[in-house]
Design a protein. Sequence first.
Length: 151
Amino acid sequence: MSRYIGVQMLEFAQKGDERGHLVIVEGMKDIPFEIKRIFYIYGSGENVVRGQHANRESEFILINVAGKSKVRVKDGKGNEAVFCLNRPHTGLYIPPMIWKDMYDFSEDSVLLCIASSNYCPEEYIRDYDEFLRVIQEEYSGINGQSTQGRK
Ligand code: TYD
């Protein structure tokens, strides 16, 4: 299991038998939140970049149940990482307030997204500069002092 800026690759048990594989993802058991919403992304070309947003509230698990894609995550404090999703029994946990880009989709990619909340457009931050501003505000709030000029 790898861990980076709160983003974490989770490995799910494979309950396979001679009939094939079975992977179970239960809320508050295999993943750290109750499941409120699922959606899935497929048919995205290799040059498409999706996501390009951060969420104020929602947590996500991303699973490439078929094919592969990459996810770049940024915490707005100078840390970033790229994860390759290519195994249906692993899922990438993404906490709130992480900027995410999904890209490099294979033709057969089906990216399953499990979310901790129902869809609410207001909790999406789709402008990267705004994301940096919000992170900066939160950071200075936690430290109780101005962080102006800090990266
Ligand atoms: P978007 O968030 O841009 O997709 P992605 O992150 O995969 O690039 O969503 C595309 C459109 O679908 C946008 O108009 C919002 C809508 N949408 C919903 O209505 N409900 C949802 O749960 C999601 C994820 C998107």
